[in-house]
Design a protein around this ligand. Structure first.
Ligand code: LLP
Length: 422
């Protein structure tokens, strides 16, 4: 069994009952299917067969060490955006030559760390960053490998907060300004230009946006080469969306066809940086119903998971399917409910207006497609300890991050001497 499936009326992950996991680990807890991650990674890999592509998993989607090790063991590189991510990546044993360092605000310290690690490339997002990398690399007597991230001004038709490739966004260098920046880069002793990069946004379902962006990128590469600026490699970013409403796989074959059609003909090595499509569907957030409250206007299922565990519904109005882990044939009656957490904010909901079997206190629910941008975006708001994380594989499960203890939250604070009792 790969991924999430019902078995004898109970939802399982890689053959392990989610009821069993909830009993052992408590809730809220994220459960990840390693086997579904494998399937997603291998499907993308085979769709891209015949092209020279390095898959650098965008670890911002889920940076648990176990998840990273799993991708690294399958041969993936990693896309990192901070010193913290770089450290986690190296701790997971990734080959630094497969690490791409993205992000608009790399600090001198982060650039130093990337150079010290010997990463594959920095994706540079501004002339100011280019100058900073040049200076730091020259001081070390090296030339930093750099790709210039282009903003192609293409609308990815996704949520405004995760659109990155239009000229209103802070990301990348406007495509019209790019040739000047490439010329500048070529003249710098501390910079070794390796290529051109782009990333137009996330949760992209209309794949034609990629066709548009990658075509513009291919045109730019040809124009630069005509000018005598050699481009060794093309980084296509991430962004392939997933189906939050049904169990279906992303269309990696269509995506790969678009890559072939647009940039394939350049005959250059490529990088892709998929995050969500590798791990999103491979995770659920397990949560228990604590109370059911029937109001005048609404019925609320108040659960022990909350916006601090999974912020996507309130931050992006994102839809996550929520299903009972146990479905009894007798439970035919449904009711429309809001599934809300205990946090003191009206924005604290996981789902609104859902028809589901009448919930009871003690019911176990699974919030689906929570493997990407779930645990990594969690906070401890309301002093709620961060949820446990569990990885399943071939009928087994392991806790890959124990639930925070409340004492850990308190221990992190420091009380100044003048406030301490004498
Ligand atoms: N490469 C770059 C440069 C990125 O900025 C991102 C995501 C990716 C790759 C991976 O994109 P993906 O394949 O996962 O779409 N927190 C938001 C998503 C933010 C995405 C940020 N960048 C959410 O929960 O929807």
């Amino acid at each position: 069994m790969t991924g999430f499936e019902m078995r004898d009326g109970v939802l399982h992950s890689d053959g392990v009952s989610l009821e069993e996991i909830a009993r052992a680990v408590g809730t809220p807890a994220f459960v990840y299917s390693a086997d579904l991650m494998t399937k997603r990674y291998r499907t993308l890999e085979s769709a891209l067969e015949g092209l020279d592509v390095e898959i650098c998993y965008a670890m911002k989607a889920n940076s648990n060490q176990a998840v990273l090790r799993h991708f690294v063991s399958m041969g993936a590189g990693l896309d990192v955006v901070s010193e913290g991510e770089l450290s986690r990546a190296l701790a997971a044993g990734v080959d630094p030559k497969k690490v791409v360092f993205a992000g608009v605000g790399k600090t001198p310290r982060e650039i130093e760390a990337g150079l010290a690690a010997g990463i594959r490339q920095f994706n540079v997002e501004s002339p100011s960053e280019l100058a900073m990398i040049d200076e730091i690399a020259r001081a070390r007597g090296v030339a930093a490998p750099v790709s210039i991230r282009i903003n192609p001004d293409v609308d990815a038709k996704t949520h405004a907060k995760i659109t990155t490739g239009t000229k209103e966004n802070k990301f990348g260098i406007d495509i019209d300004l790019a040739p000047g920046v490439f010329r500048d880069a070529a003249a710098r002793a501390g910079i070794q230009v390796v290529g051109v990069a782009t990333h137009i946004g996330s949760q992209i379902l209309d794949l034609s946006s990629f066709r548009h962006a990658y075509s513009r990128l291919a045109d730019l590469v040809r124009a630069l080469e005509n000018e005598g600026i050699a481009i060794a490699e093309v980084d296509l970013g991430g962004g392939v969306g997933i189906d939050y409403e049904a169990d279906s796989d992303p269309d990696f074959h269509l995506y790969a066809d678009i890559v072939r059609e647009t940039v394939g003909g350049l005959g250059k090595p490529m990088v892709v940086e998929p995050g969500r499509s590798m791990v999103g569907d491979a995770g659920v957030l397990l949560t228990h119903v604590v109370h059911v409250k029937r109001g005048v206007a609404k019925t609320f299922a108040i659960v022990d998971g909350a916006m601090n565990d999974l912020i996507r519904p309130t931050l992006y109005e994102a839809y996550h399917d929520v299903v009972p882990v146990r479905l009894d044939a007798a439970d035919q009656e449904t009711v429309t409910v809001d599934i809300v957490g205990p946090v003191c904010e009206s924005g604290d909901y996981l789902a609104q207006g859902r028809a589901m079997p009448v919930p009871q206190s003690g019911d176990l629910l699974a919030v689906k497609s929570a493997g990407a941008y779930g645990a990594v975006m969690a906070s401890v708001y309301n002093s709620r300890p961060q949820a446990a994380e569990v990885l399943t594989h071939d009928g087994t499960f392991d806790v890959v991050r124990p639930r925070d203890r409340i004492e850990q939250l308190i221990e992190r604070d420091r009380v100044p001497g003048w406030l301490q009792a004498s």
